[in-house]
Design a protein around this ligand. Structure first.
Ligand SMILES: [Zn+2]
Length: 423
C-alpha cells in the first residue's frame, strides 16, 4: 500500500487512506513516512472520523482501504461514493463476509495474493500444529444473531461449564510455558478462564470491550514484555493489534465467520527463527473451516449469494485424523507407519474424521486392494490356456501355479530356469 501511495503522490496525485482502528492508523502513517510517501498529497484517517467531514475532504485520485471486508458498511460507502472518479483499492486478508452480501457489490475484480502455504515456505509466517481436544461442545444449540455470527448466549450454552478447567489442562499438556492468547465469547467467560489460569499458577490477564484503555495497554505491554503468559480477550485482538510474541492461540469459542476464524488462528503465526506455533481449538472450528492455511477459492468468496465457508476450500475432501493421545489434528497423508507425526504414538487412520464424508485414505487402500485383485484375475485369465513355455513374467508364473495348484516354490523355480530372476 505504501509503495502504491508513494508512486501516486510522486506524480502529484492525491491518495486517501482509510482505516478503522486507531492503533493501526499511527503505525500506518509511520510506515508511509518511512516509505517516502509525500504527505502533502496524503489524507489518512479513521473511517469514523473522515465520514463525518467527507464534504471537506480533498478529492483523492486513489483510495486505499485497509481491512476492506468492512467496506460495505455505510460509513465506508458514504466516503467511497463521494469520489466516483477515484481508483479504489480494497485490501484484506479475509475477503469474505458472513451473510449473502459479498465484496462483488463494490469491487470489479479480485487480485489474489500469495497463499499462506507459500508465505510460510518463504518465512513470512510460522508453521503451526493444530490441536482439537475432545470437549463437551454442543454445536446444535448455536444460533446466529444479527451480525451473522453466533449469539453470546448460544455460545455459552454450547460450551460446557467444564471448559474452563479443560482449557488450562490442555494448555499445560500441549503448550506449557508458551505465551498464549485466548479468544472467548463473553466477559464472564473471559474472567473465569483468567481466574482458572491464575489459580493454576499461570499468569493471566483478561481484557474486553469494557476494559479501560490504560488497563488494556498495560496488559498488552506486559504480554509483549513476557511478564504474563496468558492474555484472555473478548473480540479485541482480531485486527491490527501488534502482539509479536504470540506463539499459541486458544480458541474457546466457535464462530460462523471465516474472517474471524482466520484472525483468531493466524494471530500466532508471526514468524521467528525455529518457531512452530500452536493452535488449540476447543470449539470445533476446524470442522467448519479446515486449517487456516488450506487453499481457499477467494474468487468464489467475493461472490454474493448463499455459500458455505467450507465450499471455499479448494480441497474439501482431504482426510483428517485426530490423535487419541495428543489431540493433534493431522492430515491422514502425513501419518507414516501408523504413527502420529506430532507425538509419535500409534494413530488409527480408520477412525479418521474427514472434512467430507469420504475417508480418502481408507478409500484409497480399498481401491488398491481391489485393483490388485482385478490385475491378478486378469493375469489368471491370460494364462489359463497357455503352456508353461509361453509364460513370460513372474506374475504369469505365479498365476499359472495358483491355477494349477502348484506350490509357491514352483513359480520361483520356473522363473529361475527362464532367467527371469537370478541366483
Ligand atoms: Zn499424537
Amino acid at each position: 500500500m505504501a509503495e502504491i501511495a508513494r508512486r501516486t503522490t510522486e506524480n502529484n496525485n492525491r491518495v486517501m487512506f482509510l482505516i478503522h482502528r486507531r492503533e493501526v492508523l499511527d503505525q500506518a502513517i509511520k510506515t508511509f513516512k518511512n516509505q517516502e510517501v509525500n504527505s502533502d498529497f496524503l489524507t489518512a484517517g479513521m473511517v469514523q472520523t473522515l465520514t463525518r467531514r467527507v464534504d471537506r475532504l480533498p478529492v483523492p485520485d486513489v483510495i486505499l482501504v485497509d481491512e476492506a471486508h468492512h467496506a460495505l458498511a455505510k460509513s465506508y460507502q458514504n466516503i467511497l461514493n463521494r469520489f466516483p472518479n477515484a481508483i479504489i483499492l480494497l485490501f484484506t486478508a479475509t475477503p469474505h463476509r458472513t451473510g449473502r452480501q459479498q465484496l462483488d457489490q463494490i469491487a470489479d475484480d479480485i487480485i489474489v495474493g500469495q497463499s499462506i502455504h507459500r508465505l510460510t515456505e518463504q518465512g513470512f509466517l510460522a508453521p503451526f500444529k493444530y490441536f482439537q481436544p475432545p470437549g463437551d461442545f454442543n454445536e446444535k444449540v448455536l444460533k446466529r444473531g444479527s451480525t451473522g455470527d453466533y449469539t453470546a448466549e448460544s455460545m455459552q450454552e454450547a460450551m460446557s461449564t467444564k471448559i474452563f478447567g479443560h482449557i488450562v489442562k490442555q494448555y499445560k499438556r500441549i503448550a506449557k510455558g508458551i505465551q498464549a492468547v485466548v479468544y472467548t465469547y463473553s466477559v464472564d467467560s473471559a474472567i473465569k478462564i483468567a481466574t482458572e489460569f491464575n489459580s493454576a499458577g499461570i499468569s493471566a490477564i483478561e481484557v474486553d470491550g469494557t476494559t479501560t484503555k490504560e488497563k488494556r495497554d498495560r496488559a498488552v505491554r506486559k504480554f509483549r514484555d513476557q511478564e504474563i503468559k496468558i492474555l484472555v480477550n473478548v473480540n479485541l485482538f482480531t485486527e491490527g493489534v501488534d502482539l509479536p510474541n504470540v506463539d499459541c492461540v486458544i480458541m474457546a469459542r466457535p464462530t460462523a465467520s471465516l474472517a474471524l476464524y482466520l484472525q483468531f488462528s493466524m494471530r500466532c503465526l508471526n514468524p521467528r527463527e525455529g518457531k512452530t506455533a500452536i493452535i488449540i481449538d476447543h470449539a470445533n472450528n476446524f470442522k467448519k473451516f479446515g486449517y487456516p492455511d488450506d487453499d481457499r477459492d477467494w474468487k468464489l468468496a467475493i461472490k454474493s449469494g448463499k455459500q458455505k465457508s467450507k465450499t471455499l476450500l479448494k480441497d474439501p475432501g482431504l482426510s483428517i485424523v485426530t490423535c487419541d493421545y495428543c489431540f493433534a489434528v493431522v492430515r491422514a497423508a502425513d501419518v507414516k507407519d501408523g504413527k502420529c507425526p506430532i507425538c509419535g504414538k500409534p494413530i488409527k487412520v480408520h477412525e479418521a474424521k474427514p472434512i467430507s464424508d469420504v475417508d480418502l485414505v481408507e478409500a484409497t487402500k480399498a481401491r488398491k486392494e481391489h485393483i490388485k485383485k482385478i490385475i491378478q484375475d486378469q493375469v489368471m485369465t491370460n494364462v489359463v490356456d497357455k503352456s508353461v513355455n509361453e509364460l513370460k513374467s513372474m506374475s504369469e508364473l505365479v498365476a499359472y501355479g495358483k491355477l494349477h495348484g502348484y506350490k509357491p516354490g514352483w513359480a520361483w523355480f520356473q522363473a529361475k530356469r527362464k532367467g527371469l530372476i537370478k541366483g
